[in-house]
Design a protein around this ligand. Structure first.
Ligand code: NAD
Length: 251
């Protein structure tokens, strides 16, 4: 996608998994990538070097997406280092299994704070910047098939992703007149650290594979491919959708 060259993208939670794969792919498209990472133990230097080797630019910025000041810092970093913010990808997310009758307020709040409030802050700060600078930007929220498929024992997670769906659709309508497109991607079962324990168990892995019409667990690159398409002008007439990249799981 030639039009992504030199564009600036902020990706939250990009030290691992889908965020890392998206950062790499945007690097291959020669974009400027702001890699947000959560923990100081996450080393993003080799990812930065890799992106440079493709002809892209990259910086790493530590931050917690559930904190307003940290999200503002990500947008400021994009502006200071690259002079723009064209694409915001709200990817950071967490999950944990708890039967709903045992779900504490703390469990609930942790997941809602990162997955939903974090994405809200990312959307708000990015839209604010894009409006101020007259940028016809693109926002991509990483949802889940669980925005539409209920998930027993993951009530807080499913609720957060259902929230992402309506946030995406509402913002898409609100900012379409300004040329800002807002979409989400709903990955199915993808091979990333969030699933490492589940997929290390051959029986569990096989039981998940059985739910996927295409018959295999997805690769992070297959989500990154959807993200660059939604960010590029090839998807110019697309806003307010959830792109299900799930091997047919939701059909
Ligand atoms: P992952 O655990 O590798 O990635 C999540 C990243 O978010 C990690 O790097 C983590 O450090 C970061 N993070 C956690 N809390 C944060 C915070 N407060 N601030 C900033 N970053 C924070 O797993 P993944 O599969 O790459 O997940 C990425 C997104 O994809 C999540 O939103 C997840 O819900 C979604 N998703 C994943 C799958 C899948 O099968 N892998 C399926 C559907 C949706």
């Amino acid at each position: 996608y030639q039009d992504l060259q030199g564009q600036t993208v902020v990706i939250t939670g990009a030290a691992t998994g889908l965020g890392e794969a998206m950062a790499r792919r945007f690097g291959q498209e020669k974009a400027n990538v702001v890699i947000n990472y959560f923990s100081i133990n996450q080393d993003v230097q080799s990812l930065i070097d890799e992106i440079h080797s493709y002809g892209g630019q990259a910086i790493g910025v530590q931050g917690d997406v559930s904190k307003e000041a940290d999200v503002k810092k990500l947008v400021q970093a994009a502006h200071q280092h690259f002079g723009s913010l064209d694409i915001m990808i709200n990817n950071a997310g967490i999950e944990n299994e708890v039967p709903s009758q045992d779900l504490s307020l703390t469990d609930w709040q942790q997941v809602i704070d990162v997955n939903l409030t974090g994405a809200f802050l990312g959307c708000r700060e990015a839209v604010d910047y894009m409006l101020e600078h007259g940028i016809k930007g693109r926002i991509i929220n990483i949802s889940s098939v669980h925005e539409t498929i209920p998930w027993p024992h993951f009530l807080h997670y499913a609720a957060s992703k259902g929230g992402i769906k309506m946030m995406t659709e509402t913002l898409a309508l609100e900012f379409a007149p300004k040329g800002i497109r807002v979409n989400s991607i709903a990955p199915g079962a993808i091979n990333t650290p969030i699933n490492a324990l589940k997929f290390a168990n051959p029986k569990l892995r096989a039981s998940v594979e059985e739910l996927v019409p295409l018959g295999y667990i997805g690769r992070p690159e297959e989500i990154a491919a959807a993200a660059v398409w939604l960010a590029s002008s090839e998807s110019s007439y697309v806003t307010g959708i959830t792109l299900f990249a799930d091997g047919g799981m939701t059909k």
